[in-house]
Design a protein. Structure first.
Length: 144
C-alpha cells in the first residue's frame, strides 16, 4: 500500500501543516538536530545577509574618511581598536564561508560531489575553512 510521507497542507487557506496519520508535528527548531549540510546552507544564507549589511557600513566609513586627512586618521584609529578587529575578522569569516559554501553549491549543481559522504565532507570543509580564516585574521590583527 502506498503511504505518502511527510507533512501535507490539507487546508490551503489555513496553511497549517497536518499529518494524514495524526502524528504530532514537532517544529521546535532549537531542539531539532540538523545535519551538517543543513548547517552549511543556513550559514550560507546568514553570511549573505551579514555581507549585505556590511556594505553600507563600509561605504559610510570610506565616505567619511575621504572628507579630510583628519577624518582619515580618525577612521584609522577606529579600525585599529580591538572591537573593530574582531568585527573585521567576523566579516572576513562571513565572506570566506559564503565563498566556500557558494563554490560547494556550484560544484554540486555541476554534478560533482553529489553523494552524501562527499556532501558532508565539503560542508565541513567550508565551515572549517571559514573558521580558519577568522583565526588567521584575528592572529594577524593582534600580531601587528
Amino acid at each position: 500500500m502506498f503511504r505518502p510521507r511527510g507533512l501535507f497542507y490539507t487546508d490551503a487557506m489555513a496553511m497549517k501543516p497536518t499529518d494524514p496519520w495524526n502524528r504530532p508535528v514537532f517544529l521546535h527548531l532549537l531542539r531539532i538536530r540538523f545535519p551538517v549540510g543543513a548547517w552549511a546552507s543556513i550559514l550560507h544564507r546568514i553570511t549573505g545577509v551579514i555581507l549585505v549589511a556590511a556594505v553600507p557600513a563600509t561605504l559610510a566609513l570610506v565616505a567619511y574618511s575621504a572628507r579630510s586627512p583628519a577624518n582619515f586618521q580618525q577612521v584609522g584609529g577606529w579600525l585599529a581598536s580591538g572591537g573593530a578587529g574582531v568585527g573585521i575578522a567576523l566579516v572576513l569569516g562571513a565572506l570566506a564561508h559564503h565563498i566556500f559554501a557558494g563554490i560547494r553549491l556550484l560544484l554540486m549543481e555541476a554534478g560533482l560531489g553529489e553523494g552524501l559522504p562527499v556532501a558532508r565532507s565539503t560542508a565541513w570543509a567550508s565551515m572549517v575553512g571559514a573558521a580558519l580564516v577568522v583565526v588567521a585574521a584575528l592572529a594577524l590583527f593582534w600580531i601587528r
